[in-house]
Design a protein around this ligand. Structure first.
Ligand code: NA7
Length: 548
């Protein structure tokens, strides 16, 4: 059916092509706000989500122990004091059910649901060069004709679920953490295996250890961890953080990582004793501050990094009671602290002292395959299990979009393009894909290294301003020219190359997905700088972008 015929069919009440000014993919933190902003501009806009309700990450990740590593009072929308005031958090780092309730509150307060279609996966999108519009299709067989395609699909929403051969032969339950069923998985008294000790695995392990019969943790790369301090918030604490709204709204968007803290001291300005004292203070803070705001030099200077790494290792060794096996498997020795995601935890290391918990190191003996009875390692050892939990991570940054068949000018495929080389213009657009506007994709801070609400607000606001500008100028199409993208990629790579993050193999570089082109996914120049650069482009009328 042609687009015109489809429009007629719609008028007749039959199968239809819906016409929009903007289609938003996703209704998590970014998608909800993007929908709100574009609707406020008077656009015909509609959001689509594969999930049955709003929340994005916080819809999908309902595994036991899922919670914030960002303080609740900064993981917030800052555009409306009324919205901020209307919700009170019960804890500094609340858990998934509370976060999901907050996202429902946002959707209800802003009356967003009437423009959202749930349980619908966008499967393809093609830019029609004659009409200069996108044709989008969904798994429900719908076709949508839209001027702008705005992706708010999340940076960690393409789970790596098919990890081991034979998974489908397993007699028990196998579940990826981000596909945890809403009605739960029966774990009490069971023999449970967890593969993965990233931020997710850690939260699961520390939460279920005392419920299960026997827990086997399969750990490959050791992981630095920091203890979380998670006090409950009563009326006084809530009033205190709410009073900070004007300050937070002013400062957060200009910080390096979108968190409320910034570096206070230069390494060289302190004596060894003062450095130690400072690290101890920050460690006691029980947040990500030790990672994101102890010493900036930690990210650039190997000697400084080595000292901070040793500080964290010593803390871990002590809690592991210097047990040689536990220390060997759990404490990193060959990469520096902070050079990939640092998780917060609560009594996680202590879990390994429990009699019902067994730690299996995979570095020299990888998982081979799954059989009906359980998991088999390379040396043939079988671990019999009732439940196998895969905390095996995501195809980060790109996966959410490369799993959609997105075709730009000349029928070029984003999946193929990013399969060769991951490139974007400021993480907001891609050369060759006019009117495709992206959030939480590579080459912006929101691809990993940021408090997501802060970063995603900035990106969705930039996109809204861009669309407002085009409409005011009576223009309909925008695309970054190749040279603009080349320059951004070069700047990104230069910035990343100076950072020790670029030397640690992790999902921050796409290293966890076989065949994925390597590039530091996140822009490492800091959110404040990134924001300035984005604002400069907008203020100058989008030089380096072809507009017509
Ligand atoms: P991560 O951080 O990617 O962690 C995945 C874990 O799974 C990690 O320990 C991996 O070990 C392990 N893994 C993955 N594949 C395998 C195989 N084949 N064998 C053994 N172990 C494996 O994902 P998370 O979900 O924990 O966290 C992602 C982000 O979500 C997190 O940073 C927060 O921002 C929220 P490896 O390190 O590859 O050796």
């Amino acid at each position: 059916m042609t687009v015109a015929a489809a429009a007629t069919a719609e008028a007749d009440g039959g199968s239809a092509t819906r016409e929009l000014d903007a289609l938003v993919i996703g209704t998590g933190v970014a998608g909800l706000y993007q929908l709100h902003q574009l609707r406020e501009q008077g656009l015909r806009v509609r959001a689509y989500d594969a999930a049955a309700d709003v929340g994005g990450t916080w819809f999908w990740n309902r595994y036991p122990g899922a919670r914030f590593d960002s303080e609740a009072y900064i993981y917030q929308y800052l555009f409306s004091e009324e919205l901020y005031e209307g919700w009170s958090w019960s804890q500094r780092f609340p858990d998934q059910p509370e976060i999901e309730r907050w996202m429902h509150y946002v959707a209800d307060r802003l009356d967003l649901r009437r423009d959202i279609q749930f349980s619908t996966t966008v499967t393809g999108a093609r830019f029609d060069e004659d009409r200069e519009r996108w044709t989008v299709i969904t798994d429900r067989g719908e076709t949508i004709d839209t001027q702008f395609l705005v992706t708010c699909a999340g940076m960690l929403s393409a789970p790596l679920t098919d990890v081991f051969p034979g998974q489908d032969t397993f007699r028990g339950t196998v579940v990826h953490t981000s596909r945890w069923p809403a009605d739960g998985v029966h774990l009490d008294g069971k023999r449970v295996g967890v593969v993965g000790i990233g931020a997710t695995g850690i939260q699961v392990i520390q939460t279920i250890a005392d419920r299960v019969g026997h827990l086997t943790v399969f750990a490959r790369t050791p992981q630095y961890v920091l203890p979380m301090k998670n006090p409950h918030f009563g009326p006084e604490e809530v009033a205190a953080y709410k009073a900070r709204f004007p300050e937070l709204r002013e400062t957060l968007p200009r910080t390096f990582t979108g968190f409320e803290y910034e570096w206070q001291h230069a390494w060289a300005d302190l004596t060894p004793e003062q450095r130690r004292e400072h690290l101890e203070d920050i460690h006691a803070n029980g947040s990500l501050k030790l990672w994101l705001a102890s010493f900036a030099e930690m990210f650039f200077d190997e000697d400084v990094n080595a000292e901070v790494s040793e500080f964290v290792r010593a803390k871990m060794r002590e809690r592991l009671r210097d047990d040689p096996h536990l220390c060997d498997v759990l404490i990193p020795a060959d990469y520096g602290f902070g050079t990939h995601r640092v998780p917060l935890e609560t009594d996680y290391l202590e879990v390994y002292h429990r009699p019902n918990v067994e730690l299996v190191g995979l570095r020299d003996n990888a998982v081979s395959h799954v059989v009906p009875e359980g998991l088999v390692l390379a040396d043939g050892t079988l671990y019999e299990l009732d439940v196998l939990i895969l905390a095996t991570g995501f195809d980060a940054g790109t996966g959410a979009l490369t799993r959609i068949d997105i075709r730009g000018r000349g029928g070029r495929s984003l999946t193929e393009d990013w399969g060769r080389d991951i490139r974007t213009t400021m993480g907001l657009m891609v050369h060759g894909y006019p009117n495709l506007l992206t959030t939480a994709v590579p080459l912006a801070p929101s691809a990993a290294l940021c408090n997501m609400t802060t970063c995603l607000q900035q990106q969705t606001e930039w996109i809204s301003d861009l669309i407002r500008h085009l409409r005011a100028e009576d223009k309909t199409v925008i695309e970054p020219i190749k040279e603009t993208e080349d320059a951004w990629v070069a700047h990104h790579d230069e910035t990343a190359g100076a950072n020790l993050i670029s030397r640690t193999s992790s999902w921050y570089l796409g290293a966890n997905v076989p065949g994925k082109p390597r590039r530091v996914l996140s822009y490492t120049g800091g959110l404040g700088t990134y924001r300035e650069k984005c604002d400069e482009v907008a203020a100058a009328g989008y030089p380096g972008f072809e507009i017509r």
